[in-house]
Design a protein around this ligand. Sequence first.
Ligand code: NCD
Ligand code: ZN
Ligand code: ZN
Length: 350
Amino acid sequence: MSDLEHTPDSITIARPDDWHLHLRDGATLASVLPHSARQFGRAIVMPNLKPPVTTTAAAEAYRNRIMAALPAGMKFEPLMTLYLTNNTPPDEILRAQESGIVHAVKLYPAGATTNSDAGVTDLSNCYKTLEMMQEVGMPFLVHGEVTDQDIDLFDREAVFIERVMRPLRRDFPALNIVFEHITTKHAAQYVAEAEGPIAATITAHHLLYNRNDIFKGGIRPHYYCLPVLKREEHRLALVTAATSGDERFFLGTDSAPHAQGAKEAACGCAGCYTALHAMELYAEAFERAGALDKLEAFASFNGPAFYGLPRNTDTITLKREQWTLPETLPLADQQVVPLNAGETINWKMV
Ligand SMILES: NC(=O)N[C@@H](CC(=O)O)C(=O)O
Ligand SMILES: [Zn+2]
Ligand SMILES: [Zn+2]
């Protein structure tokens, strides 16, 4: 635990960016975009819509819908991505690069997570496209889990490193890779030690919670996400990585809105909604580690550096001020339950 007497009552940092965000589309997009735009200057917008965003033209149209949904007076830059499929042609990468609005290509292993059925079944189908990405410097963002049903859910990230990540790095030594939403000590160690241009995003909830929290006092659907929360030793490894100052680690909320009824169900969807209070959660995690001084690089410097983008020039301020989260938030014509709904948290962005 940090020595609370000596931690500041407020912290001002360069405006952060969210390098892993689900904005969805239509009325849901309109409901959730203001939460992210209030805290973050930019976001890597994930392409796992229905249907997925698989072409540059679709990404441009999606970007236009996001900008149309942005409330007047709010500033926000969506950084678009393409959803890799078995059939994505290499020249789509050229179109994406030339568009100036597509900043990465995302791997969803088929069946790994929400809206991933159109994902890649075998990366060897994509080698010509990956070669083009390596050539033009287009980052490759990966949901790093295998999907074999005989692999324990809690082992899927670790197995992905051996079966997919290491061969990928061997075959594409210069490919820019982001290991998204890492959840294990294995992934943290791999990213810290791997050859070549590589980075990882870490969510706030994987820094604050472990798998016990999914079952605290009963089944807690709002703590269910993919990759799933892991043992305490893995959470501790993520906190060590995030607060290490290693510029390979940066902020990605993986805020993933699902309607309340889709989460509180016999077979609930995977995803935590944290966009409302993401920076407050990260401040809590970094303070608990006695590392508030490391938050700015993790949240505001390392991501732009990896993507070759300038840092934001404005700032945000977080004050140590308790406030209670709402039980629900509007989501299109339904509700979404934020993580920590109804709880009192210790930091507030002002
Ligand atoms: N993280 C999740 O649990 N869900 C994400 C998809 C993803 O990031 O895997 C979603 O889009 O719902
Ligand atoms: Zn994912
Ligand atoms: Zn995600």
